[in-house]
Design a protein around this ligand. Structure first.
Ligand code: PGA
Length: 249
């Protein structure tokens, strides 16, 4: 998937019952289909119970499907977890890994995220690998250091620019309505591209921005040179807002 096409990914998190998820997906499939070839890839990442019903809605359309997490193991006694081959079988092409709500809320380490990513790639899924600093880390002047260490520790050896997308999501911007300034985003995206250049072809790897992306800031953020798409939480739950973000890319 070339860098020229932006990736607009919706992370529904733990939101939506079946009727809501199907209706949201149906509206987006209609708009994306009417849009023809489109300038961007549209990806929906519903909660686990909605993956199969949403897969049925997006089947045969250009809309892509992804999971929000997977286990480092492929099967076994891991209550509550979901395996990468299960996501792949349901029609997922992507899985989000290392989201800050998992790094911080579930104490996931870089080593665990790397193990998950390795399993996901082996199952044929592309990985959206999330990285990002806390407000405290940014104020200490360590934002690029933190993100660099997260990349070093969680990128799996098999990663390529075709199979891994990086999502820069400053923790303090997620769900807060406070997005990072264009200058900070541009600087961090350039730093990420530089940091991974020996492992991921810098001309091909897609780096998304995430954290309070809304229709009114999407054009500026998506217009930055090193921003290859967006990972959208809250605004991806409303078809009009998500579509407005996608079409401003
Ligand atoms: P937000 O979430 O758009 O609601 O800030 C982004 C994310 O967590 O991926």
């Amino acid at each position: 998937m070339p860098r020229q096409r932006k990736l607009i990914a919706g992370n529904w998190k733990m939101n939506g019952l079946r009727r809501d998820g199907e209706a949201l997906a149906r509206t987006l499939v209609e708009r994306r289909t009417a849009d023809g070839a489109g300038r961007f890839d549209l990806l929906l990442c519903p909660p686990a119970t909605l993956i199969w019903p949403v897969a049925a809605v997006v089947a045969g359309s250009p809309v892509l499907l992804g999971g929000q997490d997977c286990a480092p193991e492929v099967k076994g006694a891991f209550t509550g977890d979901i395996a990468a081959p299960m996501l792949a079988e349901a029609g997922c092409r992507f899985v989000i890994l290392g989201h800050s709500e998992r790094r911080h809320g579930h104490r996931e380490t870089d080593a665990l995220i790397q193990a998950k990513a390795k399993t996901a790639l082996a199952a044929g899924l592309a990985v959206i690998l999330c990285v990002g600093e806390t407000l405290d880390e940014r104020e200490r002047g360590d934002a690029e250091g933190v993100v660099g260490r997260q990349l070093d520790g969680s990128l799996p050896a098999a990663a390529t620019a075709e199979t891994v997308v990086i999502a820069y999501e400053p923790v303090w911007a997620i769900g807060t309505g406070r997005n990072a300034g264009a200058g900070d985003v541009a600087a961090m995206h350039a730093a990420i591209r530089e940091r991974v250049k020996d492992r991921l072809d810098p001309g091909a790897v897609r780096i998304l921005y995430g954290g309070s992306v809304k229709p009114d800031n999407a054009r500026e953020l998506l217009g930055l040179a090193d921003v290859d798409g967006a990972l959208v939480g809250g605004a991806s739950l409303k078809a009009d807002e998500f579509w407005a973000i996608a079409t401003s890319s």
